[in-house]
Design a protein around this ligand. Structure first.
Ligand code: UD1
Ligand code: CA
Length: 452
C-alpha cells in the first residue's frame, strides 16, 4: 500500500523565544522539519503534507520539494484538527503516517517497524515506556490490548501511573483516519480536538491497535525550547560520531565533533577533537585531521595530514599532502599530491603543483603553481588592484625567495629564482634570477643615537 505522511508543524513555538518558526530551528545546520521530511522520503512517501500555522511564507521559502504540499491550520485547535487539515488530500486506500516537525531524530528503521506491525484492519502506534511520563498521553490497555489514550490533563489517578506513553507518531489507512477525525469532539480538559481520541474510535469499531517502539527515547523527543534543541543536537552529533567510528574512523573524543552535512570516509582515518565538518566532505584512507579544524565541501586525499586549526572550504587536497597548522584554504583551490602548506598560509583560487611547498606566512590568490616549486616565507601574490583580480603563474621548479611580492598579472618561468624581498612586476623567464629590491649600503663608523 502506498504511503503519505502528514507532518504537524503548526505550533507557534513560543518557548523558543524566536521570530523563526519553531520547526525551522536547526539540528546540524538543517531545519528540524527537514530532518522529518528526509525520514518521510526515505520511506518513499508519495505525498508529504506539512501542516503549518505561523510563518508559512518563511517555511515555504526554506523547505521545498515537488513531493511537499503545505496545508494551513489557521487556528491551533488541537492535534486531531491539525491532521484533519490534510484530510481533503488523503486517499482512502493509502497508509497515512503522522509525524511532528519538532521531533527530528526518529530513525527510519523505527518508522519501518511501525509500518510493519500495522494490521490490515486497524492502526499502529509508536509508544515508549518512560520513567517519568508526566505530560504525556498514557496508553490505556485492557488485557494487553490498547483501547485508548488518555491525556495527562484528563487522566485519573490510576491512569497517571501508566508509564507507557504516546509519542504522537501513528499510522492508519486514509479511509479510517478521515472518518475518525471527522467524528472528533473537543469536550475535554483542554477544549482541543485530540488526535489521540482516534485510538478509542478504532477500538470501538472492533479494529486492532498494535504498537511499535523506538530503540531510544531521544528518537521521539521534541524541542520546545533551546535547551531541548541543544540536547537533540548533541544526541544527533553523537549518532554521527558513532556512524563514523563504525565506518572505520578513530575519534579522539566522539563528544567533541560536529558534522553538519555528509561525510564519506576511508579506513584508518583519525580525527582529533573539536573539528567541524560542513557540506560534503570526503576523507580518503589514512587521513589525519588535527584538532580544531573546520572542513567544508572538500575532499582530502589518502594519507594526507591536516594539522590543527586549519580551515578548508571548497578545495581538493591530493594524496600525501600536509596543510597547517593554522592554514586557510579557500574555494577553488587544489593541492596536488605531495604538496605542503604550513603556518599562516592562505590559498584562494590557487592550484599548487605536486611536490610544491609554501611553508610560512604566505598569500596565494588566483595563482597557478607548477610542480616542485618552493615558495619562501612571507610571499604575497598581489592579485587585486582595487578593481580587478589578476593571475599569477609560477612554473615548475621555480624558487621564490622570502618576503617577495608578485604583482599580478605576472609569470615566473620554470627553474627561475626570485631573490628574497623582491617586488616582481615584470615576467621572469625560464631559469632567470630576478632581484628587485633596494641596494644595501653598509656605513662604517656609524654612531648609535644617544639619549638627550
Ligand atoms: C501530544 C499528544 C500526547 C503525546 C505528546 C507527545 C495529543 C492530544 N496529545 O501532546 O498524547 O504524549 O504529544 O509529545 O495529540 N500541533 C499542531 N496544531 C495544533 C496542535 C498541535 O500543529 O493545533 C502540533 C504542535 O506544533 C506539536 C505537536 O502538534 O508539534 C504536538 O502538539 P502539543 O500541543 O505539543 O501536544 P501535547 O500536548 O504535547
Ligand atoms: Ca508536546
Amino acid at each position: 500500500m502506498s504511503l503519505s505522511v502528514v507532518i504537524l508543524a503548526a505550533g507557534k513555538g513560543t518557548r523558543m523565544r524566536s521570530s523563526l518558526p519553531k520547526v525551522l530551528h536547526p539540528i546540524a545546520d538543517k531545519p528540524m522539519v527537514s530532518h522529518v521530511i528526509d525520514a518521510a522520503r526515505h520511506l518513499n512517501a508519495e505525498n508529504i503534507y506539512v501542516v503549518y500555522g505561523f510563518g508559512g511564507d518563511v517555511l515555504k521559502a526554506v523547505v521545498t520539494g515537488d513531493d511537499l504540499t503545505f496545508v494551513e491550520q489557521k487556528e491551533q485547535l488541537g492535534t486531531g484538527h491539525a491532521v484533519d487539515m490534510a484530510s481533503p488530500y488523503l486517499k482512502d486506500d493509502e497508509n497515512v503516517l503522522v509525524l511532528y516537525g519538532d521531533v527530528p531524530l526518529t530513525k527510519v528503521s523505527t518508522l519501518e517497524s511501525l509500518i510493519e506491525v500495522k494490521p490490515d484492519q486497524g492502526m499502529s502506534l509508536l509508544t515508549v515506556h518512560l520513567s517519568n511520563p508526566t505530560g504525556y498521553g498514557r496508553i490505556v490497555r485492557e488485557n494487553q490490548t490498547v483501547v485508548g489514550i488518555v491525556e495527562q490533563k484528563d487522566a485519573n489517578e490510576e491512569q497517571l501511573k501508566i508509564n507507557e506513553c504516546n509519542t504522537g507518531i501513528l499510522l492508519a489507512n486514509g479511509k479510517d483516519l478521515k472518518r475518525w477525525l471527522g467524528n472528533l469532539s473537543n469536550e475535554n480538559a483542554q477544549g482541543e480536538y485530540y488526535l489521540t481520541d482516534i485510538i478509542a474510535a478504532c477500538h470501538h469499531e472492533g479494529k486492532e491497535i498494535t504498537t511499535a517502539h523506538p530503540e531510544t527515547e531521544i528518537e521521539v523527543e521534541g524541542a520546545n525550547n533551546r535547551v531541548q534543541l541543544a540536547a537533540l543536537e548533541r544526541a544527533f552529533q553523537l549518532r554521527n560520531a558513532e556512524a563514523l567510528m563504525i565506518a572505520g574512523a578513530s575519534l579522539r573524543d566522539p563528544n567533541r565533533i560536529d558534522i553538519r552535512g555528509k561525510m564519506m570516509i576511508g579506513q584508518e582515518v583519525q580525527i582529533d577533537i573539536n573539528c567541524i565538518f560542513e557540506g560534503e566532505v570526503v576523507l580518503a584512507h589514512g587521513v589525519t585531521i588535527g584538532a580544531n579544524c573546520i572542513l567544508k565541501d572538500c575532499s582530502i586525499g589518502e594519507n594526507t595530514v591536516i594539522k590543527p586549526n586549519t580551515i578548508i572550504e571548497g578545495a581538493v587536497i591530493g594524496d600525501n599532502c600536509s596543510a597547517g597548522p593554522f592554514a586557510r584554504i579557500r574555494p577553488d583551490s587544489v593541492m596536488n599530491e605531495n604538496s605542503h602548506i604550513g603556518n599562516f598560509v592562505e590559498m584562494k583560487k590557487t592550484t599548487l603543483g605536486s611536490g610544491s611547498k609554501s611553508g610560512h606566512l604566505t598569500y596565494l590568490g588566483n595563482t597557478t603553481v607548477g610542480n616542485n616549486v618552493n615558495i619562501g616565507a612571507g610571499t604575497i601574490t598581489c592579485n587585486y588592484d582595487g578593481v580587478n583580480k589578476s593571475h599569477t603563474t609560477i612554473d615548475d621548479n621555480a624558487f621564490i625567495g622570502s618576503n617577495s611580492s608578485l604583482v599580478a598579472p605576472v609569470f615566473i618561468g620554470s627553474g627561475a629564482t626570485v631573490g628574497a624581498g623582491s617586488v616582481i612586476a615584470k615576467d621572469v623567464e625560464v631559469d632567470e634570477l630576478a632581484v628587485a629590491r633596494g641596494k644595501q649600503r653598509n656605513i662604517a663608523g656609524w654612531k648609535k643615537p644617544t639619549k638627550k
